[in-house]
Structure formats: structure tokens, C-alpha cells
Ligand binder design. Structure first.
Ligand code: HEC
Ligand code: HEC
Length: 197
């Protein structure tokens, strides 16, 4: 009898704790949920833990989405976007130069939505790659230590199989990368199918 009462008490205490935590989370997150209010709540929660915010613009897609996908701005901190936008004439060996007004417009879009302005967990992990003493951020998402860690099991063979020339082509595997989603369940690789850990 004693043990029954005890476990009942323990159960209700747990209930209170879980319920309380639920309220705390929904309160602090409400503001961020509003960023993309056309998706359902579960989707947003998943994305908050494994993805980055959905931010795009037709101009950005048009100018920066022809050679590779238009990377969601939350994948790099503003210092990286500044470096990239300041050197478009020699962009990873390609010329991606734009006129001054367009460069300015896209820079503003990228910088105001950059990883360091976001509360998404993956964005914060990308921001953590800024070198503490030089303040320099990597030019590539794929150079980020967190990114490397997540992809260290992926062989060159799998990358080739996916149809991508390098890991820079996120959308060869992450079917909804352009929407900021990197959820494991949305990984589908050509020749391999759905990713199973
Ligand atoms: C003419 C083609 C071209 C255009 C246009 C272009 N890029 Fe790129 N971009 C490249 C190439 C090539 C790479 C290197 C990809 C690789 O190594 O496989 C690259 C890589 C990148 C990367 C690094 C990806 C990684 O590995 O993490 C970022 C970020 C990037 N581009 C942003 C932009 C932005 C912003 C614009 C628009 C201003 C843009 N690109 C327009 C060709 C282009
Ligand atoms: C060749 C396929 C491939 C490419 C290309 C690729 N990824 Fe991935 N990515 C994976 C796989 C597979 C995993 C899951 C790894 C695991 O299960 O441990 C993963 C995991 C991730 C995760 C962790 C997701 C989570 O559950 O927390 C993030 C974030 C991510 N990738 C972002 C990117 C970004 C950004 C790019 C492009 C710059 C990219 N990936 C390119 C295959 C790929």
C-alpha cells in the first residue's frame, strides 16, 4: 500500500514537472513560431531542433540559386555572408559578380537573417564556428566543425551516388534543404533511398 501511494505521488509530481516545462517552452518559443506561421506546430518544432528558419526572397533565389541551391541565410553568420558578398568576382573559382545595387540588396537580406540573428539551434551551432580571437567566420557551411561532425560518416561514394559533386549541394540529400529542413527523416539519397542511421 505504501509503495502504491508513493508511486502515485511520484507520478503526479512528474506530471506537474512535464506540464510545467511544456508551458515554459511554448511561452518562450511563441515569438519564433511566428516566423513561419503557414506550417503546423509539429513541423516548426522539428525544424527548430534540426533545421534553420525559412527565409527566402525571389531576388535571392534568382541570383544565388542557379549554380547551387539558394542557401537559407541561417546557415552562416553575418561575418561569413559579408566575406562572401564582398568577393563575388572570385566566388570559389567562379564569377558570381552582381551589380552594386543587387549586391547591396542581397547582402542586406542575408545579413539581417544570418545565423547570429536566429535562435534556431542549428543556426547557433553555425555561429559557434567563428574563430574566437580572429573573429573570422568560415566562407563555407561545409567547413563548419559542427557540419563536418554531422557528415563524417558519409563517404565519397555516397556523395557521388547522390549526384552531388560535393557536400555543398545539400539538396541532393536533404530533400527540403531550401526550406531550412535538415530533419533525418527527410534525407533521401539517390541509389540509397531513405537514410537509415
Ligand atoms: C556562377 C555560379 C554561382 C553563382 C551564381 C553563385 N555561386 Fe555560390 N558557389 C558556386 C560554386 C562553384 C561553389 C563551390 C561549390 C563546391 O565546392 O562544390 C559555391 C559555393 C557557395 C557557398 C559555400 C557552400 C558550402 O560549401 O558550404 C556559399 C555560401 C555560396 N556559394 C553562396 C552564394 C551566394 C550568396 C550567391 C549569390 C550572390 C552565390 N553563391 C551565387 C557557384 C556559384
Ligand atoms: C551526400 C548527402 C548529403 C549532403 C550533400 C548534405 N548532407 Fe547533411 N546530412 C546527410 C546525412 C546522411 C545526415 C545524417 C547523418 C547521421 O545520421 O548521423 C546529415 C545530417 C545533417 C544535419 C544534422 C541534422 C540533425 O538531425 O540534426 C544538418 C544540420 C545537415 N546535415 C545540414 C546539411 C547542409 C547545410 C548541407 C549543405 C551545405 C548538407 N547537410 C549536405 C547527408 C548529406
Amino acid at each position: 500500500m505504501k509503495t502504491t501511494i508513493f508511486s502515485l505521488a511520484a507520478l503526479s509530481l512528474m506530471g506537474i514537472l512535464v506540464f510545467g516545462a511544456g508551458i515554459a517552452i511554448s511561452d518562450s518559443d511563441r515569438r519564433y513560431y511566428q516566423e513561419d506561421d503557414d506550417d503546423d506546430r509539429w513541423e516548426r518544432m522539428m525544424r527548430r531542433s534540426t533545421g534553420v528558419a525559412v527565409k527566402s526572397s525571389p531576388t535571392y533565389k534568382e541570383e544565388c540559386g542557379s549554380c547551387h541551391m539558394a542557401y537559407p541565410p541561417g546557415l552562416l553568420p553575418s561575418s561569413s555572408w559579408r566575406r562572401i558578398m564582398g568577393g563575388l568576382a572570385d566566388h570559389f573559382g567562379d564569377n558570381a559578380e552582381l551589380d552594386e545595387q543587387m549586391t547591396q540588396q542581397i547582402s542586406n537580406f542575408l545579413i539581417s537573417n544570418a545565423a547570429d540573428k536566429s535562435r534556431y539551434r542549428r543556426s547557433r551551432q553555425m555561429t559557434a564556428a567563428i574563430h574566437p580571437s580572429t573573429g573570422l567566420a568560415p566562407m563555407r557551411i561545409s567547413e563548419n566543425p559542427y557540419f563536418k561532425h554531422e557528415h563524417d560518416e558519409i563517404s565519397v561514394r555516397v556523395i557521388k551516388q547522390s549526384g552531388a559533386t560535393s557536400l555543398s549541394h545539400c539538396n541532393a540529400c536533404h530533400q527540403r534543404a531550401e526550406q531550412g529542413s535538415f530533419n533525418e527523416h527527410e534525407i533521401w539519397i539517390k541509389g540509397l533511398g531513405r537514410w537509415d542511421d
